[in-house]
Design a protein around this ligand. Structure first.
Ligand SMILES: [Zn+2]
Length: 562
């Protein structure tokens, strides 16, 4: 055999990459199609793990040879193995709580919402609050906002604050309004709106900052409720192959975040975390991190701090996205800037000091004007504080002016986006934005073409904690109503490989963790997901039927499909 032939054969066999340690593996996975996200070895067939670390990646024979008597051997039966998914934007405990409280996300009419509230209220102890809900009036015909009269009788003696699924408006019942002291004489709060009927009485609908009026009289969830939410959230994540999440503060002045972090820390200390969490506190609290000298990302492989979250505007579905021009269906309005931006110089000074202290900044921006305002502030940050590996982020980056696409790459701003929102909002967004602005909405392709880094996530519980659905949304862009079979704004579709990259390496980069996770290579954390189908070869439209077969977290099986 010639040397040349031998060389060709060696190339044909997936090479065994360097071995991170001499001990025999605790687990090997063989007979798979391993999509590594490692450009030096893009495809392999088998992986060896040593406890929580990936030991080796290669072909079946080479990996099998590493096995010792105590090695667990898993046959992947030709299935696809990917790096564990990293969801770059979740509200983790809120998501868990949404699984254990009233379920309104699938209520298809006001009558159904009312019935579900009544049924749930009967399960509660006397006087307990009804919260969450995640209702979506866009599912109803006509899509009219609910009012407190709809649920007053159904909720009995339980105060209720039921959120719309986008988290930017909520319905309070009469009892909750009364406890909060909200009536016809209550003035609107800056950055929010109390919806009123023709006589000036509150309808129960509270938008953005106005929701605080009721939230501040709500008791926080009990420790027991928090534990139930945490466990439900971790189970949900594992069942979808999610091994890392980046948890976001819910509001600009989110007083619940220290409590939420305490819950995460409790699970970490008890060695019960089956998910890696990177926590974002509100920007206004940056001193609590900056003063003791915490630099992003600080902590353990399972729980880290250092990210900060703020808001530039609201959401499209609540007509609070801050746009350059008025809404097509509502020419009197062009959205609202968030309370954070009421005093832009004060806000900017917080960003500048937080950035100087080495903390990371992630700002929610939906409308084109909100996005441009934040890009301008990020530019100013670089001018004031000088160049550094700061990895500034815009969360959502949803409706952009095309002139702003290249600025993401120029300023090194990560576009942290949620593909599922496009197939959900795509049912009604054009009515609000018109035919032109819709072309640069959820513009993953344009952003990638302009050199931006994408990190994908779900915004759970706004959308399902399901990266497979997210990848389907990114590659197929078929709206949930089935009305766009060849894709909604098909020019913004991206490839499955690009979507997987955004859910693994992209989101790892977005949290400064690309050296320890996001790909299947020796030395990295042993977080893996096995899928039922090869999403790279089936039609993008079929991806939504793909199931997670198994999730490995930290070298151990965290989920296995029955
Ligand atoms: Zn969010």
């Amino acid at each position: 055999m010639t040397a040349r032939k031998l060389f060709a054969m060696a190339l044909a066999m997936a090479p065994l990459s360097s071995i991170a340690s001499a001990q025999s593996p605790t687990m090997i996975l063989v007979n798979g199609k391993v999509w590594t996200e490692n450009p030096a070895q893009p495809i392999a067939h088998a992986v060896a793990l040593s406890e929580s670390t990936i030991l080796a990646v290669g072909d079946n024979d080479a990996i099998r040879k590493l096995a010792g008597p105590g090695t667990q051997v898993i046959d992947l039966k030709d299935h696809l193995l990917l790096p564990g998914f990293n969801d770059a934007h979740v509200h983790f405990l809120g998501g868990g709580d949404s699984l254990i409280t009233v379920q309104l996300g699938t209520a298809n009419s006001q009558a159904e919402m009312k019935d579900r509230v009544a049924a749930y209220a009967r399960t509660l102890p006397n006087g307990a609050w009804i919260r969450n809900g995640n209702w979506d009036h866009q599912r109803w015909s006509p899509p009219a906002l609910p009012n407190h009269q709809l649920i007053d009788e159904a909720s009995g003696n339980h105060p209720a604050l039921l959120w719309r699924l986008d988290g930017h408006m909520a319905l309070a019942n009469a009892l909750a309004l009364k406890l909060a002291g909200v009536d016809r004489n209550t003035r609107d709060v800056p950055g929010g709106e109390i919806e009123r009927d023709k006589d000036g009485n509150p309808t129960g609908i509270l938008k953005d900052a106005a929701t605080d009026l009721v939230e501040r009289v709500m008791p926080p969830p009990s420790r027991e409720e928090q534990d139930r939410a945490m466990e439900a959230a971790m189970r949900e994540a594992a069942s979808h192959g999610v091994t890392s999440v980046q948890n976001m503060a819910d509001t600009s002045e989110d007083r619940a975040q220290p409590d939420i972090f305490r819950e995460f820390q409790k699970y970490e200390r008890q060695d019960r975390l089956t998910i890696r969490i990177y926590e974002a506190m509100p920007v206004c609290d940056y001193k609590f991190l900056a003063d003791p000298g915490i630099v992003a990302p600080f902590g353990s492989p399972r729980l880290r701090l250092g990210n900060l979250k703020a808001f530039a505007d609201g959401a499209l579905g609540s007509a609070t996205a801050w746009m350059d021009a008025p809404f097509t269906n509502n020419p009197a309005k062009s959205g609202i800037a968030s309370p954070d931006l009421l005093d832009p110089e004060h806000f900017y000074s917080q960003l500048r000091d937080a950035d100087k202290a080495g903390l990371q900044i992630s700002i929610h921006a939906i409308g084109d004007r909100a996005n441009r305002t934040i890009l301008d502030m990020y530019k100013r940050l670089e001018n004031d504080n000088g160049p550094s590996d700061r990895r500034l982020r815009i969360e959502h980056a949803q409706h952009l002016h095309p002139a702003d696409y290249p600025r993401f790459a120029q300023l090194g701003v990560i576009a942290s986006m949620q593909p599922y929102h496009a197939i959900d909002d795509g049912r009604w967004a054009q009515a609000i934005l018109g035919p032109e602005r819709i072309q640069s909405s959820y513009a993953w392709k344009s952003l990638l073409d302009a050199g931006a880094i994408l990190a994908f996530g779900s915004d759970w519980p706004v959308a399902p904690l399901d990266p497979v659905m997210g990848i389907y949304a990114a590659a197929a862009r078929q709206t949930l109503d089935g009305k766009n079979p060849s894709g909604w704004i098909p020019g913004q579709k991206i490839t499955v490989a690009q979507a997987v990259h955004a859910y693994t390496m992209g989101s790892a980069f977005a949290e400064h963790q690309e050296k320890v996770k996001g790909s299947i290579e020796p030395g990295k954390l042993a977080d893996l997901v096995e899928l039922s189908d090869d999403i790279f070869t089936i039609k993008p439209e079929a991806i939504k039927d793909t199931r997670v077969e198994m999730t490995i977290f930290d070298g151990k099986i965290a989920y296995q499909r029955k």
